[in-house]
Design a protein around this ligand. Structure first.
Ligand SMILES: C=C1C=NC(C(F)(F)F)=NC1=N
Length: 218
């Protein structure tokens, strides 16, 4: 067994959809199915924030969404909750700076699972790489409504700094990204964009996902 191939991961990061029930205008199962039909390349289950499900309801939703991802061949990533990621045998986990360091997570989750780490500076990026992260989430690029404790808005500055430092790790931009402002994120050197409300809150989820695929594929 070995770690996921970087080029394969770059392709998975292209249109990386993140969602929980509070981001959706209808059933999360419908939203995810439509987003996958629209061409999203990876999914992150992020059930948090005011009104988010807890306990069994949260577990059942995670299982339902994981099954949809399995049926349709899209990797299923869990945000923050390593116990849940292990219990579900998820394809990976995404952690923030305040969670367990990637090194400890790697010990628990295994070599072939995907570990993503949020980074807000060149220093945090370097630390995450040393710890064994497979990809970085860098942002918030633009003002975001999806995260009430987001760090300072940074534009594409940190993405450019990482790439100018010759750091080639797969990375995705996150934070307030729409089809109208996605291209600068790619041009700055990100392998893809992460979206929550631009897809989950769309009137036509499938069309919204498709529009990101078009912008990112070029
Ligand atoms: C806070 C986050 C930052 N980045 C990412 C990702 F896009 F996956 F890299 N996910 C998060 N939940």
């Amino acid at each position: 067994m070995e770690r996921i191939n970087s080029d394969a991961l770059r392709r998975l990061l292209k249109v990386y959809f993140i969602m929980g029930s509070i981001n959706c205008r209808k059933s999360p199962e419908e939203v995810l199915s439509e987003a996958i039909a629209g061409g999203i390349t990876m999914f992150q289950f992020r059930e948090k924030g005011p009104g988010a499900l807890t306990g069994n309801a949260r577990l059942e939703l995670a299982q339902n969404l994981q099954q949809i991802c399995r049926d349709l061949g899209v990797p299923f990533i869990v945000n923050d909750d390593i116990e849940l990621a292990i219990a579900l045998d998820a394809d990976g986990i995404h952690v923030g700076q305040n969670d367990e360091p990637a090194k400890a997570i790697r010990q628990r989750i295994g070599i072939q699972k995907i570990i993503g780490v949020s980074a807000h500076s060149l220093y945090e990026a370097r630390q995450a790489i040393t710890d064994g992260a497979d990809y970085l989430g860098i942002g918030p690029i633009y003002p975001t409504s999806s995260k009430d404790d987001a760090e300072a808005v940074q534009g594409t500055f940190v993405i450019e700094r990482v790439r100018n430092s010759r750091i080639a790790i797969p990375l995705v931009g996150i934070g307030g990204i729409t089809v109208h402002n996605a291209l600068p994120v790619i041009n700055a050197g990100a392998d893809g964009v992460s979206i929550i409300s631009a897809v989950a809150g769309a009137e036509d989820v499938r069309a919204a996902a498709q529009s990101f695929v078009k912008v990112v594929q070029g």
